[in-house]
Structures are given as structure tokens and as C-alpha cells.
Design a binder for this molecule. Structure first.
Ligand SMILES: Nc1ncnc2c1ncn2[C@@H]1O[C@H](COP(=O)(O)OP(=O)(O)OP(=O)(O)O)[C@@H](O)[C@H]1O
Length: 510
């Protein structure tokens, strides 16, 4: 090997070493750049997921505030205080709620039970199941009109894709679930292509899907309907009237006369004396107004017999009350007689006022000063359909009795078919109202007040076969409550008459 070759080899090795060194340095630099990029990507991704999670939590808080906050509260509790204290506290709360439920079912249900049941039904039943039912009942909109994207590739092939988000079917969204004692209201928002009538037509199928006897649909807005499912009906069968022959005088409480049953399957009481005793009952013909009248009278039969209660009957039809004529201390049919009877009552009230003023705040019921109970059937017949002079006088006397009678032991109970203001101008003077089956939705508000219908007093939907069923609201009842008056058949009215007049205690099998 000569010097020239040696020089070339040396130069070549040096060049190669330099190239290797440069590549090594380049590789190192590239590796650190890649490392930095990877770290940045990880940080960016982590930040992106955190942001997404925060956005999701905010969205959930906004759309389902109660549920999300409850879940967050439970998680926070577990994190800071431990799960054991959570379980113990949960058991204590559950025991408290169960005790409350046992002691007072109605107040428990109206303040806590409804909210818990609504929440549970929403998440466990209606959110997962309703879309399925709606689809099965033909209440979904098929998205045949989904746009199709055509992609032409470089090699000339065509790829057809559908917008995955909008493919398939569109279903109404559940907006709210409200669960009452007997009915569940599921509010849904319709999708374009649907109308409320579609839901009306599918009501029967929906009832079958939910496995309940009845389902009704209410239109709340052009694109919102409430699908109402009747879960149970404890008032389907007539409620028997009390066995008054077996009652003894000491068990009669005039402030809580038994009147029938509530939709919770509990006793329904009405006050005949004291606060909230003036009662107006509205109901279409055949709605069962007379059972609201007769049933409490049957439950206080011993007090009527003993002279602690004196019943006055005003009966413009001259039929219904005449059947138990002996029960009534005073009785009137014609407008003239009615006015006379009312005059007599107002005079008695004034005499009592003169005797007791300044001595007591409420006149105690006794044989000398009995509770004067006025049963005014078809009150509209005399406050609208008589001559003006008599009408005005009758209205004036009823107003006097309802405004001044409570503390003096005078109670008026009126019954009306048409609860409009011009039929019953003294409507507002009756603090307690009962709405039996009525012919129009507007009547519900007239009897029970604004919002009664919206809050579930659907008295216009009571069936003709459900006579005696109605709604009560106000006077300590937070939500409209469905009730059914005890049914007092004809023979029971006769037996009641015999009982209170001392004509033999016949009693009635309940
Ligand atoms: N509580 C009830 N339970 C079961 N059936 C009842 C009840 N109340 C009434 N009915 C039935 O409904 C029918 C009509 O009842 P009721 O006479 O009380 O109606 P109403 O509202 O007074 O009607 P109208 O104003 O026409 O007199 C009764 O004959 C009876 O068959």
C-alpha cells in the first residue's frame, strides 16, 4: 500500500467519522424534539380531556341539576368523610322517611314521596323504556331524508357514508316526569314530523306498553304533550257508607266527619263545624253531589239524633232531600220558603251573637246551641234562576251566614252544577271546595282555583261510572287530591231518617 492510498483511506475514515458524529448529534437532537413533542401532546390531550369533563359536568348540572348535584355530593362525602358515615346517614334518613310515611302518608307523599318517586321513575323507567315504547307505538320519525355524502377517491371509487349522528329514527325527548298518588305525568317534546293528535291515537297502545289500565294525553304546547299513565286506582269501586247504627255519640267529631276515601286508600274527612267548614261542591248532573251531602250526615248521625246538630235542607228540586225529609229540622223547596228559612237562620245567628259576644270566641256546640248545618242543594237554581229581588235577598243571607257563621256554629254547604260566578256569586265565600266530575276544564279552575287543573285536578276526565269521585285542594292539601265520597243508597237514607228521628234503629250494612 503506497502513501497515496494510505492518505485516501485516512481521509475516508475521517470523513466517515465526521458523518457518524453529525448523524449522532442529529439523532439526539431529533430525539429530544420528538420527546418534547410527545410530552406536549400528552399535556395537550390531558388538558383537552379535563376541559371536556368539566364541560360535561356543567352541562349535566344545567340539564339535570338535582341528580348531578346529588351524585357530586355523594362523591364528595365519600372522599372527605368516608363511605361508612355516608351509609349510616343514609340509613338514618331512610328510617326517618319510613317513619314519616307510616305516621302520615299524605304529607309524606306530598312533600317527599312524590319527588323521590318522580326521580326514580324518570331514571329507572321512563328514560330507558319510553323511547322503546314510543317507537313500538309508531311515535318515532324515520330519518329517510338523512343526507348522503358521496366521496370520490383518487382511484375513481365512490364511497357512500351517512351522517351517523342523524341516521336512524328520531324520538321525542322526555322533558319531565311527575309522579302523583295515582298518575304519572311524562312530559315529552315532539320532534318535527309529529303532532299531538298522533299521541292521542296511540294512548291505548301506550297504556298497554306501560302495563296500566289508562293512559291519557294532554297537549301543553304545540310541540309538548304530557303522557299521563294511571298507575293504580284505589277509588275504582264505590266506597260504602258508614254503619251509623254502630256509631256512638262520643266517637263523632264534627270537625272531622267521615266523608269517604282518598286516592291513597285512606279515610277522607270533612269539617262540618269550625274552620273551613263552609263547603261548595260542584259537579255535573249525576256526578254524585248527593253522596257528598249524605255521607257526612250519616257519619254524624248520633249527633243529629241527640240534637247537637240541626240540619236545614234547601231543595229547589224538591226530590233529593225530600227522600230523607225527617232528617231536616227546617226544609224549603220554593224560593219564597228558602228565603224564609234563611231569614230564620240569620235571626238565630244574630241572637246567638248577642248572647255570646265578648264571652267566647267560638260558641261551643250543645243541645241549647246546636250546630246549624244548612244543606243547600242546587244553589245556582236560587241564586241565578229566580226573580231579581228574591235572588238578591238569598245571596245576601247566604253571604251573611258564610262570613259570620263559623264561630257562631252555622255552616253552609252548597251544591252546584255550573260553578260560574254569575250562577254562584258567593262562590268565593266558601273556603272549602270540592270538584266532582265537571263538563269543562275551565270549571276546575272556577271551583278549585287557578293552576288546579295544571297540578293534576283533572275533574273533567272523571268517568260517568265514577260518581262521587272528585278533587279537593287547598285548606292544608298541598296538591290536588282525588277523593270518592261514601255512597249512601236510598235504603240507607231511609234508615238514617229512622235513626235520627228515633223511629227505630235500622242500621245499614256497609
Ligand atoms: N259515591 C258514590 N258512589 C257510587 N255511586 C254513586 C255515588 N254517588 C252517586 N252515585 C250514583 O250516581 C247517581 C247520581 O248521583 P247523584 O244523584 O248524587 O248525582 P247529582 O250530582 O246530585 O246529580 P243531579 O245534579 O242531577 O241531581 C246515583 O243515583 C248513584 O247511582
Amino acid at each position: 500500500m503506497n502513501a497515496h492510498t494510505l492518505g485516501i483511506l485516512l481521509l475516508g475514515s475521517t470523513g466517515l467519522a465526521v458523518v457518524v458524529w453529525v448523524l449522532h448529534k442529529l439523532g439526539k437532537a431529533l430525539a429530544s424534539v420528538a420527546e418534547a413533542l410527545a410530552a406536549a401532546a400528552v399535556v395537550f390531550l390531558a388538558l383537552w380531556w379535563v376541559l371536556k369533563a368539566v364541560a360535561w359536568i356543567f352541562k349535566e348540572i344545567l340539564t339535570h341539576p338535582r341528580t348531578t348535584l346529588a351524585v357530586l355530593a355523594v362523591a364528595a362525602w365519600c372522599f372527605w368523610l368516608g363511605w361508612l358515615s355516608l351509609v349510616v346517614s343514609g340509613c338514618v334518613v331512610a328510617a326517618g322517611l319510613l317513619t314519616w310515611r307510616r305516621l302520615h302518608l299524605v304529607s309524606f307523599d306530598q312533600w317527599a314521596g312524590r319527588a323521590l318517586r318522580s326521580w326514580w321513575f324518570r331514571w329507572a323507567l321512563y328514560m330507558p323504556k319510553l323511547p322503546e315504547w314510543l317507537h313500538a307505538c309508531g311515535l318515532s320519525v324515520k330519518d329517510d331524508t338523512v343526507p348522503v355524502d358521496l366521496t370520490v377517491t383518487l382511484v375513481g371509487r365512490k364511497k357512500i357514508t351517512r351522517d351517523q349522528q342523524r341516521a336512524g329514527v328520531r324520538l321525542p325527548k322526555v322533558r319531565r316526569v311527575r309522579s302523583g298518588a295515582s298518575w304519572d305525568e311524562v312530559r315529552v317534546e315532539l320532534v318535527p314530523g309529529q303532532k299531538p293528535e298522533d299521541f292521542d291515537e296511540a294512548a291505548r297502545e301506550l297504556a298497554v306498553a306501560r302495563k296500566v289500565a289508562r293512559c291519557q294525553v294532554r297537549e301543553l304546547a304545540p310541540n309538548v304533550v304530557s303522557i299521563d299513565f294511571q298507575r293504580r286506582d284505589l277509588l275504582a269501586a264505590p266506597v260504602p257508607c258508614p254503619r251509623f247504627a254502630e256509631l256512638d255519640a262520643s266517637s263523632v267529631d264534627l270537625r272531622r266527619a267521615w266523608a269517604g276515601r282518598t286516592e291513597y286508600g285512606q279515610d277522607w274527612h270533612l269539617p262540618l263545624y269550625g274552620s273551613g267548614s263552609h263547603t261548595l261542591t260542584a259537579g255535573a248532573s249525576g256526578a254524585g253531589k248527593n253522596s257528598v251531602m249524605w255521607c257526612p250526615l250519616a257519619s254524624i248521625a248520633p249527633a243529629i239524633r241527640d240534637g247537637l246538630v240541626r240540619v236545614t235542607g234547601i231543595d229547589p228540586k224538591g226530590m233529593e232531600l225530600a227522600y230523607g225529609r225527617g232528617i231536616f229540622h227546617r226544609y224549603a223547596v220554593t224560593p219564597k220558603d228558602a228565603l224564609e228559612v234563611l231569614d230564620e237562620l240569620v235571626a238565630a245567628m244574630d241572637a246567638r251573637k248577642a248572647e255570646f259576644a265578648g264571652r267566647v270566641r267560638t260558641v261551643p256546640v250543645s243541645v241549647e246551641n246546636p250546630l246549624e248545618l244548612v244543606e243547600f242543594d242546587e244553589i245556582g237554581a236560587l241564586t241565578k234562576y229566580t226573580d231579581r229581588k228574591t235572588r238578591e235577598q238569598i245571596i245576601e243571607k247566604v253571604a251573611l251566614l258564610t262570613t259570620q257563621g263559623r264561630a257562631l256554629g252555622f255552616t253552609v254547604r252548597g251544591y252546584v252544577q255550573e260553578p260560574t260566578k254569575d250562577t254562584v256569586p258567593v262562590r268565593e265565600l266558601f273556603p272549602r271546595r270540592i270538584c266532582l266530575r265537571v263538563t269543562s276544564k275551565s270549571h276546575v279552575g272556577m271551583v278549585l282555583g287557578d293552576q288546579a287543573y295544571e297540578r293534576g285536578a283533572w275533574a273533567n276526565r272523571i268517568g260517568e261510572s265514577e260518581a262521587g269521585t272528585g278533587y279537593v285542594w287547598g285548606e292544608g292539601i298541598r296538591e290536588p287530591m282525588r277523593v270518592r265520597a261514601g255512597w249512601v243508597p236510598d235504603e240507607a237514607v231511609k234508615a238514617l231518617e229512622a235513626f235520627v228521628t228515633g223511629g227505630g234503629v235500622l242500621g245499614v250494612a256497609a
